[in-house]
Design a protein around this ligand. Structure first.
Ligand SMILES: [Zn+2]
Length: 432
């Protein structure tokens, strides 16, 4: 337990404190948040993610070139009448020193998560993903030689490329005939229960949230300030929670006096967080599932589709929006496409469909007068136009070690696949 002095986990719901590793509070449903022993903001001189190692769970670092690049807007700000628009670019664009290997901010969630798990004595992790998260974890697992089981619905297979040769570190399970990310989450949960492999935890994992939070820390490093507005496209909304948490740490360190107003955007017609926030109704992931899947199939940014976002839990998206006076937006495919094309023309590089949704939301916020001309704005471009990686990098697909139809699954079948999944014994330290 090398981390015992570095951080304490504090429940955002009831305030109970825990030692790592842990994903859940015993007393309530609240997210656990890391409280770091170092409270001052003293990033290193080095570029990238690990400059913020004091506020990242792992003790160890890695030489992978990860992190957000902050740059002043070159054309979009002027076009929108914003004098202090900064762009956080978290993809792959070597000409601006953005080197995230799989082209999205998921790269700087994956590496801290795997380093932290290893330090905690957790031998392997299982996680479900429908896209860029799986890519990032697969790549990081191979680089760190850490055993990861990835569960993906068959519909996501085309998005599962990585910029290195696959190894046995990654065991890919494909749900045949399946287009539902929620089914993949369910199987990942069963692998944890039946085989004892630790669940990665998603939004509940502080290493993931704090890795993501470094986009706001990077802004603070160079501006010595917190942005007044933070704009991002969301699926789970975890990026919004992470931005809020980063800002709370910065306020505690005397950098700025308030977190940014969160502007969180979803891709219409699948907009459960926007619907819940603007109507006050709960998110009901198991209601009208067919209709939800039909909506998900229509959106251009599938990475924004999450039927079970951490919305109502203490410390989750609802609390982050409430605490920051935040807003939510819906952006259609057409509006996102136009915003993405405009971004490319004005800023000089292409962005992915999820990031284009964020640009569309920024337009709406400016038009509504919610963001004013002299405000400090941070627009998070969370990932690439993937075409660029396909053109410039040698990419490899990951072979599946097990293909199974979800309706054919039993606990006995999962147990029988133990060897193929690379599970040599039960994970000794599965986080609760
Ligand atoms: Zn609690």
């Amino acid at each position: 337990m090398v981390n015992s002095d570095k951080l304490t986990l504090v429940c955002t719901g009831c305030g109970r404190e825990y030692a790592s590793p842990r994903l859940h509070c015993d007393a309530c449903d609240g997210l656990l948040r890391a409280r770091y022993a170092v409270t001052s903001f003293t990033p290193d001189e080095q570029p990238g993610l690990f400059a913020f190692r004091d506020w990242l769970p792992p003790q160890t670092t890695h030489a992978l070139p990860l992190g957000t690049v902050i740059r002043p807007s070159e054309g979009l700000g002027a076009s929108l009448g914003l004098s202090r628009l900064a762009i956080a670019f978290s993809g792959f664009a070597p000409e601006i020193a953005a080197m995230n290997p799989t082209g999205s901010f998921k790269d700087f969630e994956a590496t801290p998560t795997l380093l932290y798990s290893r330090e905690q004595g957790i031998e392997s992790l299982v996680l479900a993903s429908a896209g860029n998260t799986a890519r990032a974890f697969a790549y990081a697992a191979i680089q760190l030689d850490y055993h990861v089981i990835l569960v993906v619905p068959e519909v996501a297979i085309d998005r599962l490329w990585i910029p290195c040769r696959p190894t046995d570190a990654v065991r890919l399970v494909v749900l045949e005939g399946c287009d539902d990310y929620a089914e993949a989450i369910a199987l990942a949960g069963r692998i944890t229960r039946v085989l004892g492999v630790a669940n990665e935890g998603g939004a509940r994992n502080v290493a993931r949230r704090d890795g993501m939070s470094t986009s706001v820390l990077e802004y603070a490093r160079f501006r010595d300030a917190i942005p007044e507005h933070y704009v991002q496209a969301i699926g789970s909304g975890t990026g919004g929670i992470a931005a809020w948490e980063a800002a709370l740490r910065l306020v505690g360190a005397g950098v700025g006096d308030a977190p940014p107003i969160l502007h969180l955007a979803q891709n219409a017609p699948f907009t459960p967080i926007h619907h819940a926030w603007t109507t006050g109704k709960p998110i009901e992931p198991d209601r009208n599932v067919e209709e939800q899947l039909r909506q998900i199939a229509q959106i251009d940014a599938p990475v924004l589709a999450n039927r079970r976002p951490p919305y109502a839990v203490p410390g989750g998206v609802h609390d982050a929006l409430t605490a920051t006076g935040g807003r939510t937006y819906t952006v259609t495919n057409e509006a996102a496409h136009a915003a993405g094309a405009e971004f490319e023309a004005l800023e000089g590089f292409a962005i992915g469909p999820a990031s284009a949704v964020a640009v569309g939301a920024l337009h709406q916020a400016v038009a509504a007068g919610t963001i004013r001309p002299a405000d400090r704005v941070l627009l998070h471009i969370t990932g690439n136009n993937e075409l660029r990686l396909h053109q410039e990098v040698t990419l490899h697909s990951i072979p599946a070690c097990w293909r199974v139809r979800p309706e054919a699954l039993t606990d006995e079948k999962i147990l029988a696949e133990k060897g193929r999944l690379g599970v040599t014994r039960g994970s000794t330290n599965a986080a609760r």
